[in-house]
Design a protein around this ligand. Structure first.
Ligand code: NAI
Length: 255
């Protein structure tokens, strides 16, 4: 039986992914802050290490899939915790579980990015350079110094996308596929919190996808399920926007 680890399994997109993968016959090991097979705090190095160790024990060191959904939006308590969960909470899980994935059958990884990752200027932020250099203390300090949670969010999503694309060569050599799914607005508690926030609510209400509505979590999970399946056996190192046309609208001439 295919064994897949899913982070952020307790809510929103992660919960929808768990449901679909279980229905498709995967054994799913969920990781979250609560209501999960493995309860762990992915915002800290210690929490991530504990999550990796528990996942390795649960799968006996052989893993076929990893889907990293756990993430925080711009309404999180601090910019640094956004970077901790959204970047290091994904990349350290990939690195910690890479050997187990290499032992798996047709292994595949999906990281949940965001259409926010294409926001101009993210590649110039020192916070992003620190993330990509693996300098967690530096990245967290830069994030809090900027004090712009929306930049911490977009920057963390840009960085995690770059991480995945850079991993295409080393993971491909080990037979592990990796891809990013970049959702637009999805009806989850994360979006509810942003919409209710006076800083972001109006922009979120005004930024409507060309398709004229927001997504349901299952519409994102559908694409994750495809990427984790053998039907996607040649899809590797790429970014799939599942955004109702937002990226096409905002960057029609760049792809
Ligand atoms: P959600 O809030 O419903 O689910 C996020 C899950 O991550 C929660 O279960 C939460 O407990 C978990 N989590 C947060 N911090 C954690 C920590 N320190 N340790 C362990 N688990 C933690 O949100 P949603 O929307 O399902 O988000 C899933 C992913 O999708 C996130 O990475 C988010 O950035 C991304 N995304 C969401 C969009 C949206 O409009 N909802 C748009 C684009 C991307």
């Amino acid at each position: 039986m295919t064994v897949t680890v899913v982070t952020g399994s307790a809510s929103g997109i992660g919960a929808a992914v768990c449901k679909q993968l279980a229905k498709a016959g995967h054994r799913v090991i969920g990781i979250d802050r609560q209501n999960a097979d493995i309860v762990a705090d992915l915002s800290t190095a210690a929490g991530r290490k504990a999550a990796v160790e528990a996942a390795l024990a649960a799968c006996d060191g052989v893993l076929d899939g990893l889907v990293c959904c756990a993430g925080l939006g711009p309404t999180a308590p601090s910019s640094s915790v956004i970077v901790g969960v959204n970047y290091f909470g994904m990349t350290e899980l990939v690195e910690g579980l890479e050997d187990a994935l290499a032992r798996g059958s047709k292994p595949a990884v999906v990281l949940i990015g965001s259409v926010a990752s294409v926001h101009p200027g993210m590649d110039k932020l020192p916070m992003v350079s620190a993330m990509l250099a693996g300098d967690e203390a530096g990245a967290l300090a830069q994030a809090d110094a900027m004090a712009m949670p929306q930049a911490a969010y977009a920057g963390s999503k840009y960085a995690v996308t770059v991480f995945a694309r850079r991993k295409a060569v080393p993971l491909g050599a080990r037979g592990i596929r990796i891809n990013v799914v970049a959702p637009g607005a999805v009806e989850t508690p994360l979006l509810d919190a942003s919409r209710a926030d006076p800083r972001y609510g109006e922009a979120i209400r005004n930024f409507v996808a060309p398709i004229g509505r927001n997504s349901a979590p299952d519409e994102i999970a559908n694409v994750v399920s495809f990427l984790q399946s053998e039907q996607a056996s040649f899809v590797h190192g790429t970014v799939v926007f599942v955004d109702g046309g937002m990226d096409g609208m905002s960057r029609s001439d760049r792809f």
